[in-house]
Design a protein around this ligand. Structure first.
Ligand SMILES: NC(=O)c1ccc[n+]([C@@H]2O[C@H](COP(=O)([O-])OP(=O)(O)OC[C@H]3O[C@@H](n4cnc5c(N)ncnc54)[C@H](O)[C@@H]3O)[C@@H](O)[C@H]2O)c1
Length: 302
């Protein structure tokens, strides 16, 4: 079975696939223009979030049998269209959950103790000991919107910090470790609100002006899910008004984004979509991609 690796993939995973007899070519900087020329020679492709797999590309690749997304979100693949053409679409649902959860915790600590501002102050040669009074995470209420793989990893860690954890997820039942509440309740009660939902029509701007209005003054918001789940203009207004005391963002409505207006505000800290970018997560993603492709090849007698 011939596989084209279209985005950066762990070297040991590539070695594992080759050792299992798969023919693997790495073109991890391939352009959208080159893909329709090159891909028809392959049975499978591996993508991360960079490569877009849209209907016209699928139409141009009649031999394609499997698409593997190293990572969680499938928003860069026209999944239904691929399935309608008999192409199998696989991903690595839990491989990066712990890394994203740790980033969320890091952001909560950073906001509670003003770590970004204190560092900026120290680098400017200042000693502003009185300026930076923080607060503890222990005893605060953490609201988790979307209690899937990442939401649960965040919940487990937050409970170890003595936070009260509440969650809203209409598709989760019988999960006893966390108090499940309504959307209205999570918005009204949370001191920290972290989002861990997919971006769908239903979740688009699930947090917007009406929700910010109902939040506790001084709430802090973290989004390491997908940009579209928060209305960025409404977040900007809520930060400027002081209703939201801080926001930490790893994902944006449009990516890549440079010169984003939210980053003109001191209360905003963030990163360029690096939630899964750890040594460990990359290793697990690669291992799962390799295992799934090898299993697919065996099942389909390649
Ligand atoms: N920042 C990063 O680098 C990074 C890395 C991995 C995943 N992600 C993103 O994080 C998000 C969560 O990933 P995951 O692995 O936990 O996914 P998951 O599928 O395990 O969990 C998502 C949860 O959201 C819930 N949900 C769906 N619609 C909802 C709604 N309307 N209201 C409340 N809950 C709803 C689902 O029931 C599910 O439990 C996804 O958007 C994913 O793309 C980001």
């Amino acid at each position: 079975m011939k596989i084209l690796i279209c985005d950066a993939t762990d070297a040991s995973a590539i070695a594992t696939m080759r050792a299992a007899g798969l023919e693997v070519d790495v073109r991890d900087r391939i352009t959208p223009e080159e893909l329709p020329e090159v891909l028809p020679a392959y049975d499978g492709m591996v993508v991360r979030s960079r490569t877009q797999v849209r209907a016209p590309l699928i139409d141009a690749t009649p031999n394609l049998k499997v698409i593997v997304r190293g990572g969680v979100g499938l928003d860069n693949i026209d999944v239904d269209y691929a399935l309608s053409k008999g192409i199998v679409v696989l991903n690595t649902p839990a491989a990066s959950s712990a890394s994203v959860a740790e980033l969320v915790l890091g952001y909560m600590f950073a906001m509670a103790r003003h770590i970004y501002e204190t560092t900026t102050s120290m680098k400017a040669g200042k000693w502003e000991k009185k300026k930076f009074k923080g607060d503890e995470l222990g005893g605060k209420i953490l609201g988790i919107l979307g209690l899937g793989n990442i939401g649960r990893e965040v919940a487990r860690r937050a409970k170890a910090l003595d936070m009260t954890v509440i969650a809203y997820d209409p598709y989760v039942t019988g999960f006893k470790d966390v108090e499940m509440v309504s959307l209205d309740e999570i918005i009204a009660r949370s001191d920290y609100l972290t989002l861990h939902l997919p971006h769908t029509e239903e979740t688009h701007h699930i947090i917007s002006t009406p929700e910010f209005e109902k939040m506790k003054p001084g709430v802090r918001v973290i989004n390491c899910a997908r940009g579209g789940v928060i209305d960025e203009d409404a977040l900007y207004d809520a930060l400027v008004s002081g209703k939201v005391a801080g926001a930490a963002l790893d994902v944006y409505a449009k990516e890549p984004c440079e010169g984003h207006k939210l980053f003109t505000l001191d209360q905003v800290i963030g990163s360029p979509h690096i939630g899964a970018a750890t040594e460990e997560a990359q290793g697990r993603v690669g291992a799962e991609v390799a295992a799934k492709l090898i299993e697919f090849a065996h099942q389909n007698r390649f």
